[in-house]
Design a protein. Structure first.
Length: 299
């Protein structure tokens, strides 16, 4: 059994840690309330933008445009992933779950370029040997639409120049305070099969009813001019929506992690309190035994 001094020192250390986790939980709770409101305001626009442009591109049918592609099997595609994590840890599995979307998915190191938003994701992907283009760690502290525009320009230019063939967005969907869902979506390019897959997740019956031929999309003005305006707006809107949701998810995950840590600390403090009382009782019993033994020896 540990000595009373060791138990008392350990108990004091855990109490100090518990005070820190309580404070971090309160800070995360305050930040979450603000971020949650932004995420809930942005989500309907985010979802409708994705659904609308995905359907539009799937019905365009133009293979000369870098945003529209027919389904082919010409070998591995060069993939670009906008990976949104946090700059800080102590958020449970928040960051590792996002990284796993890439490492456990169909994204090999040789044919994947990472556009990291958040220091934790950048450090993890570099350590795993992935190519990282840029560092947007400061963006996640307070996301602005201008930050999304900057990231969108970089990724769109890479797609148009042929440096990458596909663009993916990896982020965490904020469902509620206790539930955050790691998500990977393909932003560009789109084909009909991609859109059917996306629609099947939202409404399976809708896909079954639209199994016949699909009418092509008509553009006014010309397709190139129209897409040149819509695609950057679409890209920037999705990135900004993902950033806002990621901030809410990070604070929710950290609040939950700190709450669990505080509860665990309190359980350990109670256990150590019992151990301390037992050790003290054992010490008192031993002293009484020695006194009685000494008195018996004198007699």
């Amino acid at each position: 059994m540990a000595s009373m001094r060791d138990i008392k020192r350990r108990k004091a250390s855990i109490q100090s840690t518990s005070q820190i986790t309580k404070a971090m939980k309160l800070v995360s709770t305050v930040k979450l309330q603000k971020a949650k409101g932004h995420a809930e305001e942005t989500k309907p626009y985010f979802n409708k933008m994705y659904e609308t442009v995905a359907g539009m591109l799937a019905k365009s049918g133009g293979t000369g445009n870098p945003y529209i592609r027919e389904k082919t099997e010409d070998g591995p595609k060069k993939k670009g992933v906008i990976l949104i994590t946090s700059n800080r840890g102590l958020a449970g599995g928040y960051n590792s779950n996002i990284v796993k979307l890439v490492t456990q998915g169909d994204f090999d190191r040789e044919h994947t370029v990472i556009y990291p938003v958040g220091r934790k994701g950048l450090e993890s992907m570099r350590r795993l040997g992935y190519t990282c283009d840029g560092d947007y760690s400061e963006v996640i502290n307070k996301p602005l639409f201008g930050d999304a525009v900057s990231i969108g320009k970089t990724v769109t230019s890479a797609l148009e120049n042929g440096d990458i063939d596909e663009v993916y967005l990896a982020y965490t969907v904020f469902k509620n305070t206790v539930t955050q869902i790691p998500t990977m979506i393909k932003i560009l390019p789109f084909d009909e099969e991609d859109v059917k897959s996306q629609q099947a997740e939202a409404d399976p019956a809708k896909v079954e009813k639209n199994d016949g031929p699909v009418a092509l999309m008509n553009y006014e003005p010309e397709e190139e001019e129209t897409l040149g305006y819509i695609i950057p707006l679409y890209m920037n809107s999705l990135i900004f929506g993902a950033l806002v949701e990621a901030v809410a998810s990070e604070n929710g995950a950290r609040m939950q992690a700190m709450d669990n840590a505080t509860n665990n600390a309190e359980e350990m403090i109670d256990t150590l309190g019992l151990q301390y009382n037992r050790a003290r009782q054992a010490a008192i019993t031993q002293e009484l035994t020695e006194i009685v033994a000494g008195a018996s020896a004198i007699e």
